[in-house]
Ligand binder design. Structure first.
Ligand code: NAP
Ligand code: MG
Length: 499
């Protein structure tokens, strides 16, 4: 019996299965019904929902189908002023006087409610921003909760973090965040500010305000005293008004280097403190002794995770010459299996580009890459008709001086270059205006230490990429900004520290 079966198999022409053409995963969509999105959101000031002074609202859309999800208030200077006053009042009367252990209890409570509402938050993040549900569910939301848990633990232990020092909160922190990790960036900013006794006015990005607004209702549920955290929405002008408000003590900004420079100019000559987390152009460096298949996975994760909307994305790949050909072949094979499409589908690897504007920027850079003479490779894949999409894109034959090597694209576009020696690749990797992150793939521990010492980047991952932890500091060199967020280092930018 067994003999006949094996004969039959041998006779049949065995054709290797092609993943992308011969079979597909069945759809596995998450349900939008598990999330409650209000048709309209006001401003969250002094613990209450308030109408905007201007009476103006803007639509927030789902970038995967261009449908409107909700209407969101535009905060003008008067609203910013109301929010800052509420934060000042809460700081003076309540938050700075509260016993640190009590402050910690509120932060723990926020962390726990985020966990309870994890599914709903993940769905809203994906609907509003376009990232795959797998990422919002497995990365964004749990890591946001982790930051609140982590900093809740520090609230009553600051004297152990800074022994023999006199510590005081700064007062009111104005916090401005981008659209690539909306809830997580809010957590990065709010959790350390609260743990150190500051109050907050937070402005999320225009295209992704919904999870920050959901967080406002979580703060209400946690009974956080009114005014301790205020969330105001709007575009760049709202952010600028917050930066310029005279009663803000500290600006914590995450976003582009160009806006970071505007902010620095605007607060020059004031006594406002600032931390700026800006753009990046990370080098992912693969040596010939690296475990190549793992490195392929790491490179794919490094640039295609979250559509490349990641400040620390591994957007430059440096391959040692001897393995370059083989590595590029493996990489092309791997990206032909990536699933681009509906972000709510649990199998999707690459979701929607966050906005039409960002898609246009990415497409412009793809044209620039071609004009500069680089060779482009995009796997054949069908993209949905509505919404904003970009397939995974590789550029080979790229020069170090090309704009696609030097400038942040903030999309799923990888520039591939080669090198021969350690010294050469360090020189090339450090040769951009940025210095946020880098990756090294090699079997040799001594080489890892040599590279991490000499690469001018705030984070260097070894044989992995894009790993985050609330206990680990994060921040840049050069035009990637200054100041650190996360870990013990993330506490000091919110404290007056005297001996
Ligand atoms: P962006 O245009 O600089 O915007 C960031 C935030 O600033 C948004 O809330 C934006 O509001 C606001 N804003 C715009 N103009 C302003 C002004 N003149 N004054 C004050 N605030 C202003 O950046 P993005 O396009 O949202 O985000 C992408 C950038 O963020 C990339 O460069 C990326 O590398 C960087 N990023 C860095 C890190 C890091 O940790 N280093 C992390 C994530 C992202 P609107 O969006 O409503 O206009
Ligand atoms: Mg949106």
């Amino acid at each position: 019996m067994a003999k006949t079966a094996s004969k039959q198999i041998n006779k049949a022409k065995i054709k290797p299965l092609r993943f992308d053409t011969d079979w597909q995963y069945d759809p596995a969509p998450e349900s939008a019904a598990a999330a409650q999105i209000e048709p309209e959101y006001g401003l969250f000031i002094n613990g209450k929902w308030q109408k905007p002074d201007s009476g103006q609202y803007f639509d927030t859309i789902n970038p995967a189908n261009e449908k409107t999800l909700s209407r969101i208030a535009v905060a003008n200077e008067k609203d910013v002023d109301r929010a800052v006053r509420a934060a000042r009042n809460a700081h003076e009367k309540v938050w700075k006087k509260m016993a640190p252990a009590e402050r910690g209890k509120y932060i723990f409570r926020i962390a726990r409610i985020i966990q309870e509402k994890a599914r709903e938050l993940a769905i809203i993040e994906t609907l509003d921003g376009g990232k795959p549900i797998r990422e919002s569910r497995d990365f964004d939301v749990p890591t946001a909760a982790q930051h609140f848990f982590y900093y809740a633990g520090w609230a009553d232990k600051l004297n152990y973090a800074f022994p023999q020092k006199k510590l005081n909160p700064l007062g009111v922190a104005g916090q401005i965040i981008p659209w690539n990790f909306p809830l997580l960036m809010a957590a990065w900013k709010i959790a350390p500010a609260l743990a150190t006794g500051n109050t907050v006015v937070l402005k999320p990005a225009e295209t992704t305000s919904l999870t920050a607004l959901k967080l406002a209702s979580i703060l209400q549920e946690a009974d956080l005293p009114p005014g301790v955290v205020n969330i105001i929405t709007g575009a760049g002008a709202t952010g600028a008004a917050l930066v310029e408000h005279p009663d803000v003590n500290k600006i914590a900004f995450t976003g582009s280097t160009s806006v970071g420079k505007i902010i620095q100019r605007s607060i020059a000559g004031t006594n406002k403190r600032s931390t700026l987390e800006l753009g990046g152009k990370a080098a992912n460096i693969v040596f010939e002794d690296a475990p190549l298949d793992q490195a392929v996975e790491g490179v794919v994760n490094g640039i295609f995770f979250n559509q490349g909307h990641v400040c620390c994305a591994g957007s430059r790949l440096y391959l040692q010459e001897s393995i370059a050909k083989e590595f590029i072949r493996k990489l092309k094979d791997r990206i032909s299996t990536l699933i681009v499409g509906d972000p709510m589908d649990k199998n999707t690897d690459i979701g929607a580009i966050n906005s039409k504007e960002q898609l246009n920027t990415i497409l412009r850079y793809i044209q620039i890459g071609k004009k500069e003479g680089a060779a482009i490779h995009q796997p054949a894949c069908s993209l949905p008709k509505k919404g904003f999409w970009c397939p995974p894109t590789l550029f080979t034959d790229v020069a170090q001086s090309n704009r696609i090597t030097q400038e942040e694209i903030f999309g799923p576009v990888l520039a591939i270059l080669t090198f021969r020696t350690d010294d050469e690749v360090i020189e090339k990797a450090n040769n951009t205006p940025y210095g946020l992150s880098a990756g090294v793939w090699t079997d040799k521990g001594s080489r890892i230490f040599n590279m991490t010492r000499r690469l001018r980047a705030g984070v260097v991952w070894a044989n992995t990429f894009n790993k985050f932890d609330a206990a680990a500091p994060f921040g840049g060199y050069k035009e990637s900004g200054f100041g650190r967020e996360g870990g013990l280092h993330g506490l000091s930018p919110y404290l007056e520290i005297n001996s």
